[in-house]
Design a protein around this ligand. Structure first.
Ligand SMILES: Nc1ncnc2c1ncn2[C@@H]1O[C@H](COP(=O)(O)OP(=O)(O)OP(=O)(O)O)[C@@H](O)[C@H]1O
Ligand SMILES: [Mg+2]
Length: 239
């Protein structure tokens, strides 16, 4: 099995003035290509911090993050941004769509960053939106003209449009009703079956139970793993 992510003793301290808060206190983690992982833990246990380290949105205070064998501690912020754009897709609880942009402009953003011309972007945007369970008729709308569940599908389309090797989701169903949550997890599960490496941070056991490995985080460390129960996955429990 091919390691796609490796964290070695990753620590993260946040400093505000003289006060230091530990987000992570030493995390070791190996993720293989094609893994479907969830991370659970109480509020403040470091789940978002962990995802931000893996997603190269922030750098560790100590320890190392390897992405596809690349030691990211050696990279400039420009190289980090390049790697993030090429290899990582991110889905957030609050969707994080740009409200003055249309759906089309939101989804194509990672491709614009890569300098891909418009005529090549459009078919990829449409494919990604369909894959995420969205509809072509949304393309010229603004995100606020869509429901929360629809906005999250747009956000997923934006996250996958560039074919990232790693898809990260921080509480992707936290703001959604059960039906919309189910649709989102159906999409993730389908993407994983096609080989997508996925990590989902969630408070919802019915989401975690759809993945193949559940990691438990407490006070900035991984304290163990739980066996998922596929019968209690939202895809089965919500009609
Ligand atoms: N930017 C920041 N500045 C200062 N402290 C931070 C910052 N981000 C996180 N922390 C602290 O780091 C710890 C871990 O926070 P984190 O956001 O990773 O937790 P979480 O598990 O995602 O929580 P939640 O379930 O509420 O989203 C907390 O004590 C938090 O207060
Ligand atoms: Mg969080």
């Amino acid at each position: 099995m091919e390691k796609i992510i490796e964290l070695v003793n990753v620590k993260k301290a946040y400093r505000i003035g003289n006060i230091v808060t530990w987000g992570l206190r030493g995390v070791d983690l190996v993720v293989y290509r094609g893994d479907y992982i969830s991370v659970m833990g109480p509020s403040g246990s470091g789940k978002s911090t962990l995802l931000n380290m893996i997603g190269l949105l922030d750098v560790p205070t100590e320890g190392k993050v390897f992405i596809d064998g690349i030691d990211t501690s050696k990279l400039s912020s420009k190289k980090l941004a390049y790697l993030r754009n090429r290899k990582i897709g991110f889905v957030f609880q609050q969707f994080n769509l740009i409200s003055r942009f249309t759906v089309l402009e939101n989804i194509e953003l990672p491709l614009v960053v890569r300098g891909i011309p418009r005529r090549k972007r459009i078919p990829k945007v449409i494919e990604a939106l369909k894959m995420a369970g969205g509809d072509e008729s949304w393309l010229q709308k603004k995100p606020t003209q869509l429901s929360g569940g629809q906005q999250q599908r747009v956000a997923i389309a934006r996250a996958i449009v560039g074919d990232p090797e790693i898809l990260l989701a921080d509480e992707p169903t936290g703001n959604l009703d059960r039906r919309s949550a189910k649709t989102v997890i159906e999409t993730f599960t389908m993407l994983n079956k096609r080989g997508q490496t996925m990590i989902i941070v969630t408070h919802d056991p019915e989401v975690a139970n759809c993945t193949s490995k559940i990691y438990l985080l407490r006070d900035g460390v991984i304290i163990g793993r739980e066996e998922p129960d596929p019968d209690k996955c939202i895809i089965r429990t919500v009609k």
